[in-house]
Design a protein around this ligand. Sequence first.
Ligand SMILES: [Zn+2]
Length: 213
Amino acid sequence: MIQRPPALEKLLEILRSLPNVGPKMSERIAFHILRMPEDKIRDFIDILEASHAEVRPCPICGHWDDSSPCRVCQDPSRDKTVLCVVENSQDVQAVSRIKNFKGIYHVLGGTLSPLEGIGPDDLQITSLLKRLETEPIQEVILATNSDMEGESTAQYISKQILSVSAKIRGNGRPEGIKITRPAQGLPSGGELEYMDELTLTHAFDGRREFDRN
Ligand SMILES: [Zn+2]
């Protein structure tokens, strides 16, 4: 076995720490980087630094953007009464392709996962409930994935919203908050960000009142 240069070894190690990058893929990327011309690698490093420094989660909805609050939260043409709850910022991008949806978002930052030790406090659930109390939201679309974690997260959040909903009614708001879920037809275990526009549009148009049982 021939020893690798320590710098290359470190590069491979950091590449392997990226999602879905195994040993083979890490080598392919590493050698691609090594072969890059000087000016290209400079650009690459600059872009990495700039995006890491400039793009941050929005303090209101959690969507990653370079303005704070994010562009969506600042957009006056958005329907502030319909809020779409998604797992991550990539899902915001996916849902934004749906022409009929002009509401606002809330990014959870993942799903409940007892196996991975992710509980309610690790997700942006408290901030979601706060928003329901302070913003004129009438409908919450629970657009978490249709896999097991996504379903149980939707169940959990819907129960939490019910209790907040009762509190809001006590504050003089006449209606409870409507909770909906995109229609069946989302591929089981399918991830929102990989769905095409048409399927997404159908799923959203056909969304129905969330079954809490
Ligand atoms: Zn925002």
